[in-house]
Write a protein that binds this ligand. Structure first.
Ligand code: URA
Length: 252
């Protein structure tokens, strides 16, 4: 996973501990509460356990409200990111707002506070929104991943695929009039493409999902963290922001 935070005063060799008890690993498995099987007999088939992906889909589909979805994600143990994160980062802003933004994944500040976009890139995002008269009372914001990848590494495609049902259901429950995707990960994931953000940004596209009554206009733009690293791209972001402002002005 990569180590970036200490969780104890002393190191503990977990692999060494396993090696010291080989019999635990190699002991024949027996169904708890059942008598041992005669030699050579195979155990009766058990109902297949839900895979993590199936379980994410089932939990997400069953959520009827945002509170239920948040509880479902909190109860989901299929994504290893949960074990290294401090907090679940669900959303911020106003669910009734007609504008929904989706970023990539929480960073260290978001993980600590349990809210998306509260660190430096969030502060830039707030300034960008203010340029077009928006603030968090007028938007709703979430991420593709609800848990911080350790050390802020890029999310893997497996983690994204696993958590996709949650963000898709999130969008259905908010039912926004307009979607803004911040950065390549959000854009590629929700637009189902491998195209780069340079090509995707600035174009109004359409986002459809079975639980939405109609396709939603969607615009991809640069992630604020990228703008912090490449300030010369702010000119393009400004264009995207004006495009969003226009869309709002004409009633979306
Ligand atoms: N970057 C993101 O994509 N999301 C956050 O919440 C914070 C930083």
């Amino acid at each position: 996973m990569g180590a970036d935070e200490a969780i104890g005063d002393a190191t503990f060799d977990r692999l060494g501990a396993i090696a010291a008890f080989p019999q635990v690993i190699s002991a024949p498995r027996r169904e708890p509460g059942r008598p041992p099987l005669p030699d050579g007999a195979s155990p009766p088939p058990r109902p297949a356990a839900l895979s993590a992906a199936q379980s994410a889909r089932t939990l997400a589909a069953a959520a009827r409200t945002l509170a239920e979805l948040q509880a479902a994600i909190a109860a989901f143990d299929g994504c290893a990111l949960k074990t290294t994160a401090t907090n679940l980062v669900f959303a911020d802003g106003t669910p009734q707002a007609r504008i929904m933004l989706v970023g990539e994944a929480p960073g260290a500040d978001e993980d600590r506070l349990g809210k998306p976009f509260v660190g430096v890139s969030g502060q830039l995002l707030d300034r960008m929104l203010a340029w077009i008269g928006l603030d968090r009372s007028k938007i709703y914001i979430t991420n593709i991943l609800p848990w911080r990848p350790p050390g802020n590494r890029a999310p893997t495609s497996a983690e994204i695929a696993l958590c996709l049902p949650f963000v898709e259901r999130h969008i259905e429950l908010v039912d926004p009039a307009l979607l803004v995707l911040l950065g390549a990960t959000a854009a590629r994931t929700l637009l189902g493409t491998t195209e780069g953000i340079m090509k995707l940004r600035g174009r109004w596209l359409s986002y459809a999902s079975p639980g939405l009554s109609r396709p939603v206009p969607v615009l991809a733009t640069f992630h604020p963290a990228y703008l912090l690293r490449s300030p010369s791209q702010k000119r393009e972001s400004w264009r995207d922001l004006l495009s969003i402002k226009n869309k709002i002005k004409i009633g979306i």
